[in-house]
Write a protein of this length. Structure first.
Length: 431
């Protein structure tokens, strides 16, 4: 089967997504349209079978646990202690609370792993306090949204798990690969915040750098949070537990810390956590299951093979291909949920990357970083919209105040794209 007919389901999905139809419904519609009206020799009950089997991947079972961990952070008192530690570390720098905002996202990324969860948390905790201290509300929202994009890069980011599941690469390798790009994003944003703060007069929150004794005291206060991050890294690295088991371990540790040590987590809070976790997990798994079914169409129609032949025929080489990938994913990330784009684009582009002998771990980090930045840009960037709504500001003001931060993230993307060692160093060292 050839010609425009093969591409009709893909075109249909793009139209439905542009009309703001839910992502899972758009994917299912494309697959049903193909197998119902084009490739009619395939029985439709194959779609039901694929829907059931797609949720049985053990790697995906880590997602509910890590989402629950991120939510538990806000109820156990761990988040507030991490914020105090971040203030001790960078409160003396120009930008004060804005610098704390960036560093807190980096620290919490090791536990939260979701940009939306991180943005929602910091909009409630930090933005009101930043306004009290003279920060422009638009700039406060822009810093919160920009720094939240670090969370998917720092293990255990959900996108890292999804990419490993789609491409059958090691989850541990993806976790190790995310640290240096995440730290690079943190440094780039802190430099941009410092520049804006000098220009607009956003002063430090502390009169002088914290003493060694204050740093030790701050470390002691967030000891349990840091211990959980360390336990996750050591447990995964030594093979003591898998990523899924590690998520379960962190959930138990959060409950112990919140109820028995800090005593800020109560039984009634667990109901709220479970409700929020259920909604988030249902949304993600709806996308995963429907995208897997849509992948059945892509495989049956040999769409990835056709795209591979087309790009290889252009003879663009590795550098040219990576530039094309950056452009495509940035644009797609502006319109569609990042998880959905990952489920669509990776099966299409991954074979080409392998033909060009691009390291699969490096390619995964480039894809995830692109899609994260797409969530910050108009017209439909999810994190941008979330922060604008929570902070009560208009999109033009958000974009005006955040242009330097977006530029810093683009610099990070360029460095990660063209210096593969940033992504592959840690997986190689610890491999």
């Amino acid at each position: 089967m050839s010609g425009i007919t093969v591409w009709l389901p893909l075109i249909l999905v793009m139209i439905l997504l542009a009309l703001r139809i839910p992502v899972s419904m758009a994917f299912l519609s494309g697959a049903v349209f193909y197998f119902g009206f084009i490739a009619t020799e395939m029985p439709l009950n194959m779609i039901l079978s694929k829907m059931v089997s797609s949720g049985m991947n053990m790697n995906l079972m880590a997602i509910p646990f890590f989402i629950t961990v991120g939510l538990l952070m806000n109820y156990t008192g761990i988040t507030s202690r991490m914020m105090n530690f971040a203030d001790i570390c960078v409160g003396h720098m120009w930008g004060g609370l804005a610098q704390v905002n960036v560093l807190l996202s980096t620290l919490m990324g090791g536990l939260c792993g979701s940009s939306n969860a991180d943005a929602a948390m910091e909009c409630k905790m930090l933005v009101p306090e930043m306004e009290k201290r003279g920060f422009n509300r638009g700039f406060s929202a822009a810093v919160t949204a920009s720094s939240a994009l670090i969370s998917p890069m720092i293990p255990p980011g959900v996108m890292l798990i999804l990419y490993a599941s789609i491409t059958e690469n090691s989850v541990l390798d993806m976790f190790m690969a995310g640290y240096l790009p995440g730290i690079l994003m943190c440094i780039s944003l802190m430099i941009a915040v410092s520049y804006v703060s000098h220009r607009d007069g956003y002063r430090p929150t502390r009169t002088k750098r914290a003493s060694f004794k204050e740093v030790l005291r701050g470390l002691a206060e967030c000891f349990w949070a840091l211990l959980m991050i360390l336990a996750l890294i050591i447990g995964l690295r030594t093979g003591f537990f898998t990523a899924t088991e590690g998520g379960a371990v962190l959930c138990v540790l959060c409950l112990i810390v919140g109820m028995l040590i800090y005593r800020e987590l109560h039984w009634q809070d667990l109901v709220k956590v479970l409700k929020e976790a259920f909604v988030s997990v249902a949304n993600i798994f709806g996308i995963i299951i429907s995208a897997t079914v849509f992948g059945l169409y892509l495989t049956y129609a040999q769409v990835p093979q056709q795209i591979t032949s087309l790009i290889l025929g252009m003879n663009v080489g590795r550098i040219g291909f990576l530039i094309v990938v950056n452009i495509i994913l940035l644009i797609m990330g502006m319109f569609v949920d990042s998880s959905a784009v990952l489920m669509i684009a990776v099966p299409l582009l991954y074979p080409v990357a392998m033909q060009l002998q691009i390291n699969p771990i490096h390619f995964g980090i480039v894809c995830i970083l692109n899609l994260s930045i797409g969530a910050l840009t108009p017209p439909f960037g999810a994190v941008m919209y979330q922060c604008c709504n929570l902070c009560g500001i208009e999109m033009p003001e958000f974009l005006k105040q955040g242009k330097e931060l977006l530029a810093a993230l683009m610099v990070s993307l360029i460095l990660v794209t063209f210096i593969p060692g940033i992504s592959t160093l840690l997986p190689t060292v610890f491999g």
